[in-house]
Each structure stands twice: as structure tokens, then as C-alpha cells.
Write a protein of this length. Structure first.
Ligand SMILES: Nc1ncnc2c1ncn2[C@@H]1O[C@H](COP(=O)(O)OP(=O)(O)OP(=O)(O)O)[C@@H](O)[C@H]1O
Length: 631
């Protein structure tokens, strides 16, 4: 753990990292953490997907939490000694000689500072546990009883900490020459500061980061909450009323609760650390309106802004996606990476005192990623996806550009027995999380997703990423592909390219400065006819199934409407409208028979793979096809 110590990582975090088996920092962690902790600089960090950027911002936040807690402990101790002195003074009636100005003898530090954290948590544990929300451990699970009660951390509080705490965070206590004065004890409350705010572009990512942070905070007494859309706001309001020190949020819900005047969220301008993860996406024009408003709201408090540390990270901070050529021509000058970074830093309010750590690789994608393509007609993409699925088992994530396309694929691949899961923005949040969980739990998981899953998700051991359609931007290509080949793992990314995709494909290749085309994925064509006939049958079944369901839905609708209007459903006219039930029975029978045929066809094993060719990767190493399926 020596390497971590040199980065000024506090001991309680070190213990947790050790438990996680993170024996040494990754490059982005090693190059950014000391500047954040020791130098208190704003950090702008760009590094490849899966390189550990999450911990690079989590560790500095926890450092701040520990610092604040140490300061609070010191204040309690001072208050205790002040009370002892007061007792002594009143007993000896010699207060005229004292140089300590005691304003309110009733001040009770136990009530205001002491163990409110823990007792709060226990008293409210039923509130947190009773709901069946997926998110039901948002706050309490992040709290440990603080094994480091003596406050003996690596970095003792500085003068600045004490000043900041006195003015901004406690509000009712002033620290003058190390003596605690309490001018307005009647306003002392159990209110706790908001220390860290992490902004994420998607709900799944916010929840994932919370879990990551909880692991790193295993030995720290800290409350961490997520504030995201798609979950009950009432519960989030309740959680916020417990004043979690760290909030991880998506901008929409955060802004909504802030506008309601949430008492904890109004402290946002004086937050000590602000993290904008996936920053280039967050500030993208027209993406998060609420974020702009939030930044405006934070700017109001100029003094706090100067004290605040801002950390921004992404794998694509310096990548520029080229717009449509017509637009580009109109512009006098094309955007260059430095412009993008400057604009982003301006939008977020990065201070001049900053450290930029740009580890973006020349190829743009992760080192351990093998990239390939399959060229095919648009109407054969299903076939090649099916081919890949059958020939290359393993956790596979497929990206498509539209929700309609995803729905269609889910339907067909369900018929083909591939057990697909889906993930897109139109789904209910609980279902989204459930599907992610199922996907992560199955070694052979098959997830069909929109770009909502492209950024940040750290699903263990995703072996393959398939781009059913070529993504529209370079950033999306890098992030989608980055769901595999994470940390030290290998991974394979394959693009299905039809005529429609050529333009986007060319843009990606040129932006990534690739000298060569991506290698062609070697398809074993001898299997194609068998797979084609299975797919054809599945498509027929799917079509019939949809027709059947449509009539059934209509039928149900008519029955319901008829009932509501007190019309007898046996009415001849209605029966004519909804069609003949016997016909539906026949319909259903046909479906059952066709499914039985398909099931039989699917049992037919494909001939063992005979291909033993190799194809080069961008890394120059050779990967056999057999290996490619077993990453
Ligand atoms: N020091 C470390 N040693 C070993 N593994 C680590 C270390 N730091 C992080 N990891 C692991 O590496 C994986 C990727 O980390 P993380 O999700 O932070 O990547 P990222 O850079 O944020 O990726 P993305 O750009 O896709 O969001 C995670 O599973 C994480 O637990």
C-alpha cells in the first residue's frame, strides 16, 4: 500500500482500499489525487475508460469529509474544556479574571455536535428500510461507526478548515484564537454540512458511484445519498432531511428538489467539493438545462466558490466530434481539443489554480480493447448479430441507436431463445436496475441497450460490445466500447456496418486518427444458412405474435369499454368488430406449433468451429478467433 501513502490518502481510506484489493493506484489516480489532496487544486482529468477515474475523485472527497470531522471533533473537545472552565469559574467565583468570554451557559455540545449522527441513523432506520424502493439503502448503508474516533488521520485540519467551518457550515459557532464562542446558541441545530456533491449523467451511474464510494468509505462515518429521477421523491426528501454529507445526483431531480427549497440542498453553493463526472456529456448543449441553472445558482456565492474544489473527469474530455459537414463549413474555424476543454472549464467554473491530467491515448480507446467490424447489408444485421451471439458466448452488450430498434431486437432474440435483457430511457427505473443486475449476474448475459448505458457503467467482465448501428459521435463509440476491456481485462468491440453507417464509421476512424481501417471480423460463413433459416422462422413468429397481441388488446379494450358502458359484449355488432374468437384460437395454435418447430431447429448444433485464422488488432498483437470468444 506504500504507493497510496505517497498520494496523501488518509488511513481509513487506505484500509478500505486494501480490503478491496486495490494495492496500488492506477495512473490517473496517481497523477491526480496528490494535487487534489495536498495542493487543493481543481482537477481536470481525462483518461481511458475503465482506468479508475471514479476513485480519483472519491478519495479527495473522503479526505475532505475526514478533515471536517476532525475539525468538528476538535471543536467538541474545545467546547468540553470550555464548559469545564466555566464550571470551575462559577465554582470559584473568579470569572472577572478569566479571558474566556462565555456567552451562553446552556449550550449543550452533546445535543448539538455529539453522537447525533449515529442516534439519528438508528432512530430513523425504519424509515430507510421500510420502502421497497430499489434504492432503499441510500443513506444508512454508508454509515459506519467511525472507527477512527480519535481523529488521528494523516492530514490534520488546517487553520483554513477551522475558519471555513466556523463561518459556513456550522453557522452558530465562531472560532477565535482557538476558543469557541457561541453567540447565538438558540440557533444551534443538528444541521450538518454538505461536503461533497457529485453530478452524474444517468441514474444507474449515480447509484454505481454511490456503491463505489461506500466501499471506499467503509471505515468512515459518513452519510451518502443519491438524488436521482425515476425514484420516489418523498423518500429522497426524507433522506435529505438527515443531512447526508455527500450527495450523488442527476441534475434534473436535484434541481427539482432544490427549487422546492430543500434545506440541505440550499447549502450547495458552499459545498467543499464539486465533482462533475462525464463532464463533456454533462455540459453538452441542450443536454442538461438544469445543470446550467445549478451552476448559476452556485456562482452567486462568490466567496464559497473560491473555497470550493472542483473535480471534473471523463474519458473523452479532449475529443471533438465532428458535426455535419454543412455546419462545419459555415464555421470559420473548426473546434480543436483545447477549445473544448477551455469551454468546459469555463462552463463549470474551474479556477485558474488547477491541474489538468490528460492521459487520453492516441487511439482513444482502452489499451486492452480489440476492435473489429462486420460489413453487411442493413437487413442482415439481425443475422450477423445472431451469428455472433451463437458463436461467441459470454457477457455481451449490444448498443442500438433507437428504442424502436431495441424493442424489435428484444422481441426477435427472445423468440430465438437468447434471453435478451433491455435497457433504455423509456423503461421504468426499477426495471432498468433489475435488468442491469440480472445482466451482471449472468456469465452469458445478453443486454440490448441504448446509449443510456454507454457511459461509466462498470459491469464486471463484459466480454463483447456490439454496435448494432455505428454510434453517431466519436464519444459514444469510445464510451460504448469502454464497457468492455476495463481495468486489466481484455475485451472485444465489433461494429456492424451497413451502407447507412459508412459516414459515421469514417468520421470515427478519422477522429481517432487511425491510419488503417478496423480489421474485419472473420465470420464463419458455413454456419450462416442454418442461422438464417432459424432467424426467418423467428421473424415469422414475431410477426404473428404481434398481430395476435394486437387483436387481443383490441378485444380486451372492447370488452372493458363495453363493460363500462354497460353494453352486452355479446352484442352482434361488437363481435363483428373484434373478429371471430375461433380465428384467434387458430391463430394461437399456429403460434404454438411454429414455436415448437423453432425450438426443434434451435437444438440443431452448429458444426464445431474450424476457423483457426488470426486477425491483427490495433495493438499489433494477434488474436485467434477461438480466443476472441473467451476473453
Ligand atoms: N487502484 C485500483 N486497482 C485495481 N482496480 C481498480 C483501481 N481503481 C479502480 N479499479 C477498478 O477499475 C474498474 C474501473 O474503474 P472506474 O469505473 O472508476 O473507471 P472509469 O475510468 O471511471 O471508467 P469510465 O470512463 O468508463 O467511467 C472498477 O471495477 C474499479 O473497481
Amino acid at each position: 500500500m506504500e504507493a497510496w501513502k505517497n498520494l496523501f490518502v488518509p488511513n481509513p481510506v487506505l484500509w478500505a482500499l486494501k480490503d478491496e484489493g486495490f494495492m496500488s493506484p492506477t495512473t490517473i489516480q496517481a497523477l491526480s489525487i496528490p494535487h487534489a489532496i495536498r495542493d487543493r487544486l481543481d482537477i481536470v482529468g481525462a483518461a481511458e475508460t475503465g482506468s479508475g477515474k471514479t476513485l480519483a475523485f472519491c478519495v479527495p472527497i473522503l479526505h475532505h469529509v475526514l478533515n471536517v470531522q476532525t475539525v468538528q471533533d476538535a471543536l467538541i473537545e474545545q467546547t468540553h474544556s470550555l464548559q469545564d472552565t466555566q464550571k470551575y469559574i462559577s465554582q470559584n467565583e473568579t470569572d472577572s479574571d478569566s479571558n474566556i468570554d462565555i456567552l451562553q451557559p446552556e449550550f449543550n455540545p452533546e445535543e448539538d455536535w455529539g453522537d447525533s449522527d449515529n442516534s439519528d441513523e438508528e432512530n430513523n432506520s425504519d424509515e430507510i428500510d421500510d420502502s421497497d424502493d430499489v434504492d432503499n439503502d441510500d443513506v444508512d448503508s454508508g454509515v459506519d461507526n467511525g472507527s477512527d474516533e480519535d481523529g488521528d488521520y494523516d492530514n490534520p485540519p488546517t487553520e483554513e478548515d477551522i475558519e471555513e467551518l466556523g463561518e459556513n457550515e456550522v453557522g452558530c459557532v465562531r472560532v477565535v484564537h482557538n476558543i469557541v464562542l457561541d453567540p447565538t446558541p438558540q440557533t444551534v441545530n443538528t444541521d450538518k454540512p454538505l461536503i461533497g456533491l457529485i453530478l452524474e449523467p444517468t441514474r444507474e451511474l449515480a447509484i454505481q458511484v454511490k456503491n463505489h464510494l461506500l466501499k471506499a468509505a467503509k471505515y468512515i462515518n459518513v452519510k451518502i445519498a443519491t438524488v436521482v429521477g425515476g425514484m420516489a421523491p418523498q423518500k429522497q426528501r426524507r433522506i435529505l432531511s438527515q443531512c447526508p454529507e455527500i450527495i450523488i445526483a442527476t441534475p434534473g431531480r436535484l434541481w427539482e428538489l432544490l427549487q422546492e427549497g430543500d434545506q440541505h440542498l440550499i447549502k450547495i453553493p458552499s459545498v467543499k467539493v464539486l465533482v462533475v463526472d462525464e463532464a463533456d456529456r454533462m455540459v453538452e448543449k441542450g443536454h442538461f438545462e438544469e445543470l446550467t441553472k445549478l451552476f448559476e445558482f452556485m456562482k452567486d456565492n462568490h466567496e464559497a466558490r473560491l473555497k470550493r474544489q472542483t473535480l471534473v473527469f471523463s474519458a473523452t474530455l479532449t475529443m471533438i466530434h465532428k458535426g455535419p459537414s454543412r455546419k462545419m463549413k459555415k464555421k470559420k474555424k473548426a473546434l480543436i481539443p483545447d477549445d473544448k476543454l477551455d469551454l468546459l472549464m469555463y462552463q463549470i467554473g474551474i479556477k485558474d489554480k488547477k491541474k489538468i491530467v490528460d492521459l487520453t491515448t492516441k487511439t482513444g480507446t482502452a489499451e486492452n480493447l480489440t476492435e473489429a467490424r462486420i460489413n453487411c447489408p442493413k437487413d442482415e444485421k439481425d443475422l450477423y448479430l445472431y451469428y455472433f451471439r451463437r458463436q461467441y458466448p459470454g457477457r455481451t452488450l449490444v448498443f442500438a441507436n433507437s428504442k424502436d430498434c431495441l424493442r424489435r431486437l428484444v422481441s426477435i432474440f427472445t423468440e430465438l431463445g437468447c434471453k435478451p435483457l433491455s435497457l433504455h430511457a423509456d423503461m421504468h427505473q426499477k426495471q432498468r436496475l433489475k435488468n442491469l443486475e440480472k445482466f451482471s449476474a449472468s456469465n452469458d448475459g445478453f443486454l440490448l441497450a441504448s446509449d443510456v448505458a454507454a457511459r461509466g457503467l462498470d459491469i464486471p467482465n463484459v466480454q463483447h460490445v456490439i454496435h448494432y448501428q455505428v454510434p453517431r459521435t466519436i464519444e459514444n463509440y469510445v464510451h460504448r466500447s469502454g464497457r468492455t476491456a476495463r481495468a486489466t481485462k481484455e475485451g472485444l468491440s465489433v461494429m456492424l456496418i451497413s451502407q447507412d453507417d459508412v459516414r459515421n464509421y469514417r468520421k470515427i476512424i478519422s477522429t481517432l486518427n487511425r491510419d488503417e481501417e478496423l480489421p474485419v471480423f472473420p465470420v464463419e460463413y458455413q454456419y450462416i444458412p442454418t442461422l438464417k433459416s432459424q432467424l426467418r422462422l423467428a421473424l415469422e413468429i414475431d410477426k404473428l405474435h404481434h398481430r395476435f397481441m394486437k387483436v387481443k388488446r383490441q378485444n380486451d379494450w372492447f370488452s372493458k369499454a363495453a363493460e363500462e358502458m354497460e353494453i352486452d359484449i355479446k352484442d352482434e355488432k361488437l363481435l363483428v368488430d373484434i373478429g371471430d374468437n375461433e380465428e384467434q384460437r387458430q391463430h394461437a395454435k399456429k403460434l404454438v406449433n411454429m414455436r415448437a418447430d423453432l425450438l426443434q431447429a434451435l437444438k440443431q448444433p452448429l458444426a464445431p468451429r474450424t476457423f483457426s485464422g488470426k486477425y491483427p488488432t490495433k495493438m499489433g498483437k494477434l488474436v485467434t478467433l477461438h480466443d476472441a470468444g473467451k476473453y
